[in-house]
Structures are given as structure tokens and as C-alpha cells.
Design a protein around this ligand. Structure first.
Ligand code: PLP
Length: 396
């Protein structure tokens, strides 16, 4: 098989599996129990949290472990909006949030009851329009959310520039005597394996990371929460007070041990992988350029190295996917979850692609299961499938 959908799921690395195994069997104790073996499990858990946090330049206490990125995104949006509204006499209306138009559904779909949501535009390359961000920050805006890298195109956003705009807003508010807070959240689910992330350098107040996308176990993620945000955040899962009261429930010890190992491996190999996937992408595009249906590559230079999404206008991408599936080549249209619902990609719509360009788009994401020969084979098979579909449509 040739698997080209690492943005949807990654295989568990054997080193990650080995690290997890003792915690699935002998070391099964509940970290909150009072006896020695349980305390050892607690130590291993805290150590793993520190190691995960370290990969993004934070400390263990700064992250909240969740059951995946969806939950981490939901937690980030669970600010105490009513409290903010009551505490801030400057706030004439309810708080607002601003979200990039190309966010994953687990961000884009969130609209806390009391808030209005503003969508920030992207340009044709999928990059944020900073002027539009400035326009969308109203005096009531308390949260801005922009993913570090998009899950369909891999387009990377200039987070430090966005953080500078947020900082400037804060300063202006203070000068005006307004104490309405404003925070920056970023979903870095897709980015952790290839970008060297430092929360301080990026200037984010909250950041989502995801074990499932870096050859770690699925159903484990984390939200980085800066000290400034802590007092504004409310748990979405309450109970036994774990994760400093922000996410109750017995800790997923094997999952977190696996996440830590996967995060360290990802960080250690990021530079080599970036170079490798950049070469793959070039090789892939070169073969696709020879196709008689002219391909449109969906992301400019500012993208994750392992994404090589492409559109063949006028061709039904779903038919291409089924044709390739018969040859055990697996790829996707749009995000896996949106594709399974048959929805038109909102990301590509926001980038201004025409309907036939959206319908002809394939999401291709390389990963550790690939080698150069596979990339060449897959590219040739895609060209064959697209040309045969073109001939069928045009009766050639
Ligand atoms: N955010 C992004 C950018 C993603 O790509 C995904 C998964 O595809 C998620 C959030 C949701 O992750 P999970 O399904 O692990 O909760």
C-alpha cells in the first residue's frame, strides 16, 4: 500500500508503543492512589507531561492533558465570558471571538452561546489577511484563534505577527483604561511534527497539540495555557480535580507516556523530515506537472513540508480516490472528517477556489510510511487516473 494521508492519521511508532507497554500492563495504578507503586506511576506521568511541555518550550504545569485536539480546542474556547462581561465595565456588549475562516471544524464550529464570532479572511494562498484581522478585532474581542498550520493545505500562518497585533491591541486598551482581556489561541495539531515550536517565540496564550498526528497514540492531546489565561478558563469536564481542576478524570497514563515519546521523536527528527518531505514534494509536483490536466498546487511556499495538496479542475477528485484505492493508494479530499460528510471544503472556499477547482482537489500528506519510490509511483498513478478520467469525460 501507499499511504498519503498522514494528515488524517499516523501509525504508532514502535518506540512509542514500547514506551507505553509497561503502563498498559504492570504499571496500571491510579496516579491519585496513596501507595508507593501508584506514586511511581504519578511520577512517570508528571515526567511525561514535563517532556511534552518541553517540546514546545513550556513546563508540565502549563499544559492540560485532554482526550485529543478537539477537546483541547473546546477547552480553549471555554473562557468565562459572562465573568468577563460582568467584571469589565468598559464592555458595552457581550464578548466576541475572532476565528480564521480556514480553521478545523473543532475550532470553526465553536460559538459559545454568549459570543458573536467574526471570521478572519485568508488570501488566495490560504494566508491570513492581517488587515482583516485588525478590522475584526473589536473592543469586545477577547479571543482570537488561528491554527499554526492548516489541516487541508498545510499552509503555515505568521503567528508572531498575529501575536504582535494582539499585544498592540492590549496596550491600546490599557491606555484607554480598558481592562478587557484579549488572548491568542493556536491549533498546532498538524505542525508539531515539522515545526520547531516555542510558545514564547510564537507569542500564543493557548496552544493545542495532538499526539495522533505525530505517530503517538490517538485520543490524547494537550492545551498549553499561559498564566495570564488561567483565571479566565473554565473546565469542560469536572469531577476529581485532576489537571489542576481544568480536566477531571483518571489520567490516561499510557497515552501520555506515548505522547511524550512521540513528541520527543518528532522534535529530534523534524529538520531531517523537513528536508526529506521537501524533496518528495518537488519530485511529486514534477511528475504531476506533466499531466494533460494542468494541476493547481494549493499552497504557496509557507506550508508544512509534508503537504502536497493539488487540484485538477474539471475532474471529480472522489472518482480519482476510488480509482487509486483499487491499487491500494490511499489519499483524501479535504479534511478526512469533512470528506466523509460529503461537504465542500470550507478552507478551499475561503481561499477563493472555484467550484470545479474544489471538486478536483486532493489532499496529499507524506509521512514516515513513505519512501521516494512510493512518491514517484503514486504521482504516476495519479496522473494516469486523472488522464483516464479526463478521456472518459471528453470521449477521447
Ligand atoms: N485540529 C486539527 C488542525 C486537526 O487536523 C485535527 C484532526 O484532524 C483536529 C484538530 C482534531 O483532532 P482529534 O480528532 O485528534 O481530536
Amino acid at each position: 500500500m501507499i499511504y498519503l494521508d498522514h494528515a488524517a492519521a499516523t501509525p504508532l511508532d514502535s518506540r512509542v508503543k514500547n514506551a507505553m507497554e509497561p503502563f498498559l500492563a504492570d504499571q496500571f495504578f491510579n496516579p491519585s492512589s496513596p501507595y508507593l507503586p501508584a506514586k511511581k506511576v504519578k511520577e512517570a506521568y508528571e515526567d511525561a507531561k514535563n517532556r511534552i511541555a518541553h517540546t514546545i518550550g513550556a513546563k508540565g504545569n502549563d499544559i492540560v492533558i485532554t482526550a485529543g485536539a478537539t477537546e483541547a480546542n473546546n477547552l480553549a474556547f471555554n473562557l468565562d465570558y459572562e465573568g468577563i462581561a460582568i467584571r469589565n465595565t468598559n464592555l458595552k456588549k457581550y464578548p466576541r471571538i475572532a476565528v480564521l475562516a480556514t480553521e478545523h471544524d473543532s475550532v470553526r464550529g465553536l460559538s459559545p452561546d454568549v459570543c458573536d464570532v467574526d471570521f478572519i479572511k485568508v488570501d488566495n494562498n490560504g494566508r491570513i489577511v492581517l488587515k482583516d484581522l485588525e478590522r475584526k478585532i473589536h473592543s469586545e474581542t477577547v479571543l482570537v484563534s488561528v491554527a499554526l498550520a492548516n489541516n487541508e493545505t498545510g499552509v503555515v500562518q505568521p503567528l508572531s505577527e498575529i501575536a504582535a497585533i494582539i499585544k498592540n491591541t492590549r496596550e491600546k486598551r490599557l491606555k484607554r483604561g480598558s481592562n478587557v482581556p484579549i488572548f491568542l489561541h493556536s491549533d498546532a495539531s498538524q505542525a508539531l511534527s515539522l515545526i520547531d515550536i516555542s510558545v514564547a517565540r510564537l507569542g500564543v496564550d493557548m496552544m493545542t497539540i495532538n499526539s495522533a498526528k505525530i505517530c503517538g497514540p490517538k485520543g490524547v492531546g494537550a492545551l498549553y495555557v499561559s498564566h495570564d489565561v488561567l483565571s479566565f478558563l473554565k473546565p469542560i469536564v469536572s469531577g476529581g480535580g485532576q489537571e489542576n481542576g481544568l480536566r477531571a478524570g483518571t489520567e490516561n497514563v499510557p497515552g501520555v507516556i506515548g505522547f511524550a515519546k512521540a513528541a520527543e521523536l518528532a522534535k529530534n527528527h523534524a529538520a531531517t523530515n523537513r528536508r526529506k518531505y521537501t524533496d518528495y514534494c518537488e519530485m511529486f509536483r514534477e511528475i504531476l506537472r506533466d499531466c494533460k490536466v494542468k494541476p493547481i498546487f494549493l499552497s504557496g511556499r509557507k506550508k508544512l513540508a509534508n503537504f502536497c495538496s493539488v487540484s485538477f479542475p474539471g475532474i471529480d477528485a472522489e472518482r480519482i480516490i476510488y480509482m487509486l484505492e483499487d491499487q491500494e493508494i490511499y489519499l483524501s479530499t479535504g479534511a478526512a472528517c469533512a470528506a466523509s460528510k460529503g461537504q465542500k471544503s470550507r478552507t478551499l472556499q475561503a481561499m477563493g477556489l472555484k467550484d470545479d477547482e474544489i471538486a478536483g482537489s486532493l489532499r496529499i500528506s507524506f509521512g514516515p510510511t513513505n519512501d521516494a519510490q512510493q512518491i514517484r509511483t503514486a504521482a504516476r498513478k495519479i496522473v494516469e487516473a486523472v488522464e483516464s478520467e479526463y478521456n472518459r469525460i471528453h470521449g477521447e
